[in-house]
Ligand binder design. Structure first.
Ligand SMILES: [Zn+2]
Length: 379
């Protein structure tokens, strides 16, 4: 994570960079922002910046970590030996008792950060599979914090202790780290990331320098969704409005939109069936804006559904794999479509895939395909 990866929040970035340049780096900092804001991402970007051995600024832009030096590469994979992570955890099927500390969950934590560094606690718990019990930061964990920080830095520069959601610290754990938080060893930095400072002990709060991270604006969320998640602008703006500045919610929503092959495909077939040409033109426009992978995925999904349609009348109840809307769609479709028409449409989808691979214009290809399907259905 680099500063450049975070949309907006230039004022916070500038303050952080200046604190290093002017030798005013506070040894305990608290990034405080609402759920789905850039608070955790900002702490990660700052940690990367601190240990980068080749900080640089592109012309006209602010300074940032280089993203290429050995330190940056390890930070990007969340495996830097001087970067320690502490976060709320709870017992799972495989982890219990004294092992319920952050270190035991690091592989999950890495994939979690890679997937969505804007997510909240319940998303984290879902990710590592601890949905039933309350997660917290235990007293045992505070002992590990002290032990980790008593070690020499492996690679020189800063030793960093990132504590995500310190408001979930057990009181005895919080008390256990007060002293080291106030007077950490040389070149040691605490980065705390909280979404609820009201729940933080004042003794912790008073020992940190606070950076307030505002929620993202709708424009910032939409920009992230179009540039990073390849969502068409219209969909991105719609999702941004619905997610109230929470990138966590917006990223989740994007996955749903992307996974909604069935919704898109069934709508498309309905317009073909109705010969609704104005809507088909609009849809070809929409498909044109999808990434190539998404265009292919849609066609492959269609082929899959057509295959199911062919075998559906001959499949016994217990062997039907489809559920819910998909099943209903196939059931109806198999009733109104003769076998040879389903075959013909499959051929057209295969041809479309072939042309897509060879860089045909998606817009023209999808419109042509829609007209052909409409023709076959009503022939
Ligand atoms: Zn670097």
């Amino acid at each position: 994570m680099r500063f450049a990866d975070i949309t907006g929040l230039e004022d916070v970035k500038t303050n952080l960079i200046n604190s290093v340049k002017n030798n005013h780096l506070a040894h305990a900092q608290l990034f405080f922002g609402p759920e789905g804001s850039g608070s955790l991402a900002m702490a990660l970007a700052f940690a990367t910046y601190l240990n980068c051995t080749n900080r640089q600024a592109a012309p006209g832009e602010m300074e940032d970590a280089c993203g290429k030096c050995p330190s940056c590469q390890k930070m990007a994979k969340y495996i830097h030996p001087d970067m320690h992570y502490v976060f709320p955890v709870s017992a799972t099927k495989n982890i219990s008792g004294k092992d319920v500390i952050s270190n035991s969950y690091l592989p999950d934590w890495r994939t979690f950060l890679q997937k969505n560094p804007y997510a909240n606690l319940s998303q984290w718990m879902q990710h590592y599979g601890g949905e039933d019990k309350q997660a917290n930061i235990s007293k045992e964990e505070s002992r590990h914090i002290l032990r980790n920080l008593s070690l020499k830095a492996f690679e020189g520069n800063y030793k960093i202790m990132l504590i995500w959601l310190p408001e979930y610290m057990h009181v005895s754990a919080a008390n256990g780290i007060l002293k080291i938080l106030e007077e950490p060893p040389a070149k040691t930095v605490f980065l705390l990331v909280s979404s609820d400072v009201e729940k933080l002990l004042t003794t912790i709060l008073s020992r940190t320098q606070i950076f307030k991270i505002r929620a993202f604006t709708d424009e910032e969320v939409a920009r992230y969704l179009t540039t990073r998640m390849e969502l068409p602008p219209e969909k991105a703006e719609q999702l941004a409005r619905l997610s109230n500045g929470s990138l966590a919610a917006a990223i989740n929503g994007t996955e749903e939109v992307k996974n909604d092959s069935h919704g898109i495909y069934s709508q498309w077939m309905r317009f073909c069936y109705d010969r609704n040409f104005s809507q088909l033109i609009q849809m070809a426009d929409d498909f044109h804006q999808f990434s190539k992978d998404a265009q292919k995925a849609l066609l492959l999904y269609g082929l899959n559904i057509l295959r199911e349609t062919l075998v559906y009348p001959y499949t016994s109840e217990e062997n039907v794999k489809l559920r819910g809307d998909e099943r209903l769609f196939v059931e109806r479709f198999s009733k109104v479509m003769q076998w040879n028409k389903v075959q013909l449409i499959s051929e057209k989808l295969n041809e479309a895939l072939y042309h897509l691979e060879r860089n045909a214009s998606p817009k023209i290809m999808f419109l042509d395909l829609s007209l052909q399907i409409a023709g076959i259905i009503r022939s």
